[in-house]
Design a protein around this ligand. Sequence first.
Ligand code: S3P
Length: 189
Amino acid sequence: MTLDGHTLNDAEIRQLAIRLDRPVVLVGMMGVGKSTVGRKLATLLDLPFVDADDEIAEAAQLTIPEIFERFGEPYFRDGERRVIARLLEGGPSVIATGGGAFAQDDTRAMILERGLAVWLDSDVPTLIDRTSRKDNRPLLKGGEPRKILAELKAKRDPLYALAPVHVISGRGPHGDTVTLILGALAGCL
Ligand code: S3P
């Protein structure tokens, strides 16, 4: 269901895809489900899906934790900005970004100019649950994940709020979030 209670049918989803003239860029904290939701959204819209973190890892031939460990966060952010700049040039698609990308001024400005940013938002307990299932997030290694996630979210939320679309990614199935995004996109295109 969408926010106004209307679920888009197949024809409406096709129309929406036709109206999209830029990439849909999913932004938001680690653990909101950007990659899973993004893949499902792209399938429904029949658009390519790209995960910016996967592209960064592929370009560097290293995992994200290895990049952080060997070269540090500023180096990662630089690669992230360049990779996202390239992905934004690729025509309509769905792009999942890493949680910190939209908090970087240059990267955020590019996304706002050339993409359609969708902020996926979950509460801290949900983020804790979802991030605890994997051990691949360097920023959660330096202390208590609960505290780190709460602090990062408080710092980043005012920046994520600059995205024109805001969708809550609840504890339910990711498919529900996809439905909400489709409705929100239909309302703003
Ligand atoms: C980061 C989030 C990660 C990844 C990197 C930094 C962040 O992506 O880009 O570990 O700063 O929040 P996910 O949001 O996909 O976990």
